[in-house]
Design a protein around this ligand. Structure first.
Ligand SMILES: [Zn+2]
Length: 379
């Protein structure tokens, strides 16, 4: 997740952040597609460039050949090729059904390879489907409501003011914390989205703040600047003794010293300007603790330090499921023992579930994970 770019767009958006109604959020669901087949009942298709509007009565399938777009002069910003909606509110694509409208967009990319498919959906519908993905719909309602506020704060911070800034706000992938079909909401996810409608995390000046969440912190949450490069105001690292007994237990890895040396070399060359070649013969780890955000080691007699979040980015989430780990040398190589799953920033989902079970309201849960922020309704 890159933070610096998004913060700029965020400030553009919030300079005029008064919403009269629920805003629509644009979610990328397919990239560089050659052929797009959309289906639904009484579909309505608009092609802005040709000023064309068509209605397809009954249950119909509409085909788009995005190879044709190669002949179009490419714009230097995203171009809306066509949009499709249905009075039923649902449009199908690839065995999935989406609420709202589907948009076919040509990218500004010179190596144009097809159309991107974007789902334009009301924010609170999006939040309800995200809850079904991110938490189990049978979790306590107060945990779902807390998640709704944090997820809305995250989505809002990603919203782009116009097509000039990009054709979509969020990707339907792990990157933006949601994936798959949007037609999987339940009564409780709808309720959690509806009763918190328009509510976001805000600072003391009532300015919305980007919301982060993760699966399980393993004991303590982290600030954004401990994991990524930019800082986000209002974040604090807080204790979370609540997630411990839930979800997957602690994790362990055993890796060879030469692999770790190679990982350290690659990490240093990617994230810093120096080009230190770490060799396993001369590598000595400094005593590490899970609470340390940096890993320190000697290469020969020289002390170096790397962020654990950089190592996790390089090694991947399968190898390092969280940033909350301790690395030590053993007779067989390097031992890594970790707690928690996910980036550890903001609200811990399993901790929120436990607090809800103990009778905390969603506002009290948010107060725990974001003690310097308030809940503010902005539409
Ligand atoms: Zn936790």
């Amino acid at each position: 997740m890159r933070l610096t770019g998004s913060l700029f767009i965020y400030s553009l958006l919030f300079s005029a952040s008064v919403y009269a109604a629920v805003p629509n959020v644009k979610v990328l669901i397919g990239k560089s597609l050659k052929d797009i087949v959309v289906n639904g009942t009484d579909l309505r298709q608009t092609i802005p460039a040709k000023k064309l509007y068509r209605e397809f009565h009954g249950r119909q399938t509409v085909n788009f050949n995005c190879r044709l777009a190669k002949r179009v002069t490419l714009p230097n910003k995203p171009l809306l090729i066509a949009s499709v909606s249905s009075p039923t509110g649902l449009v199908g694509w690839e065995e999935k059904r989406f609420k709202g409208e589907l948009q076919l967009v040509a990218g500004p990319d010179a190596a144009y390879k097809g159309c991107d498919l974007v789902n334009l959906v009301p924010m609170d519908t999006y939040i309800s489907s995200l809850l079904a993905k991110e938490m189990r719909a049978d979790w306590p309602i107060e945990a779902l409501k807390a998640q709704a506020v944090v997820a809305r704060s995250y989505a809002l911070s990603k919203m782009r003011p116009s097509l000039d800034n990009g054709a979509w706000d969020l990707e339907s992938s792990e990157k933006n914390q949601v994936s798959g079909n949007f037609y999987d909401t339940t009564a409780s996810t709808d309720l959690a989205a509806r009763v918190t409608e328009g509510e976001v995390l805000a600072d003391s000046d009532n300015k919305p703040v980007e919301g982060f969440f993760h699966s399980k912190c393993g004991g303590k949450t982290l600030r954004p600047d401990q994991v990524w490069s930019g800082s986000v105001e209002g974040y604090r690292s807080v204790d979370c003794p609540f997630c411990h007994k839930h979800g997957k237990k602690s994790w362990k890895q055993k890796l060879s010293k030469s692999y770790i040396a190679q990982l350290l070399s690659r990490t240093i060359s990617k994230y810093t300007n120096s080009n230190v070649k770490v060799d396993s013969q001369n590598l000595t780890l400094v005593n590490d603790r899970a609470s340390n955000t940096d890993l320190k080691f000697y290469q020969g007699s020289k002390l170096h330090s790397v962020r654990k979040s950089w190592l996790r980015n390089m090694a991947g989430r399968d190898q390092l499921p969280s940033h909350n780990f301790q690395m030590s040398e053993s007779s067989h190589g390097i031992k890594i023992e970790g707690e928690g799953f996910g980036h550890g920033v903001g609200m811990c989902q399993l901790g929120a579930m436990e607090l809800a079970k103990r009778g905390y309201s969603y506002k009290a849960i948010l107060q725990h994970y974001f003690p310097d922020l308030n809940v503010s309704r902005i539409w």
